[in-house]
Design a protein around this ligand. Sequence first.
Ligand code: UTP
Length: 475
Amino acid sequence: MSVDATKQELSALLTPHHQEHILRFWEQLNPDERKELAAQIRDINWARVSEWGAKAAGGGELDLPFEQLQPAPYQPLLPESPKESTLQKASIAHGETLLRAGKVGAFTVAGGQGTRLGYDAPKGTFPVTPIRQKSLFQIFAEGIARNQDKYQTIIPWYIMTSALNDEATRNFFNEHNYFGLNPANVMFFAQGMLPALDLQGKALLATRSSLALSPNGHGGSFVALRDSGALADMAARGITTLSYWQVDNPLVRVIDPLFIGMHDLTQSDMSSRALIKREPMEKLGHFCLLNNRLIIVEYSDMPDALLRQKDDRGRLRYRAGSPAIHVLSRQFIERLTNGELDFQPHRALKKISHIDEAGAMIEPSEPNAIKLEFFLFDALPLAQHPLVLEGDRSEQFAPIKNAAGDDSPQSCREAMLKRSVNWLSQAGIPFPMDSEGKPAAVIELSPRSFVDAKDILAAKSRLPVFQPGGSYYID
Ligand code: UTP
């Protein structure tokens, strides 16, 4: 195609959506730069992006009929009736059967940019354990390996990256020999990207020859699973059920027979763990019902009055919060992605560097752009029989979001230590504590051997006597 024809073709894609400014520097670009920009432009559905941009530029506030909202019911962690108790027992047994039969896969979303943490590499490579400094990816890999041994099975692991961190992620696994996993059972695939928009909905340029693109949100995973061939790979392997978690939560139980089993027994398309909120303003999404459909309403979208509402037992009415731990049925994802997925993106105001009309670099000090992101939980209202199962926060959730303070590496390490000590205590093994009731020694349990409290019991005879001030890595 001649250069002019290419420009015409690109103009035809952009002009109907008032995005032709993207070609402003076209005449100054060399052939490689033109190729780069043309590929980016062709990859984007400009009609949709411009429609979302116009909506977002107009405010884009969530238009929920809050008066019709109800808290969603959830299965309590501790059974409250003989029926629930029977279901729990049956679920664990059924989950274990699915695992042994090789029907369970693992799925981690790791395509985010981790801007809040401010770590200059894929977040999954962040060193987190207190003694060996194992990375998030290593913790998950070892947990998967332990479960493979336990159930004498293969648990294929699907990892979603983005164009920004795919190569670095693959290199990290290669350099570490996949942490002992068979590379044939670990599959990486990159999610889609969306352009950042200015506050009028116009796409921003990062350079004269490239758009300011960012990953399209964890909700981009459904289409990415399909387009990458991961879904087909699951089907070929006979995987029916996926255990899903986010890369920033090292406490997650990567494989949870109870959750997996209950998901399947209740014929749920998409199941969710729920945590009981500690206080009204805690930043978790809320499980709600709207028109009999399960939805998650983000903390920032809930009116204050609803956040604070109490039920007749004095508990928060909207107390079930989402730690983003799910189980998904492969068939549900196939159904969702059988055609165009009609998710509406959420918008966030961000500081995004870009060039201006004269080509000068702008480094904003205030949020200047709209980032569009799809959310995984927007699949919930489309799911049949969506199960919500309460989880124990201290056992499952300590995300690393920020560099310091809440949800930081420091708070996460404290939570890891606390859980290890708790597992020891459940097995009747004493651990030194200080006068404030905090652990007075450091212990790191390798997920290669320890994925739950029961694993401690099995290893009891080989554990040392823990002394105050000691530092113990248990393999
Ligand atoms: P967050 O919402 O915490 O975003 O992602 P983030 O990009 O990691 O971090 P910040 O907001 O820039 O600080 C929650 C999970 O969803 C994944 C992340 O990798 C993390 O596991 N995610 C997020 C994706 O896989 N893709 C995305 O586009 C966004």
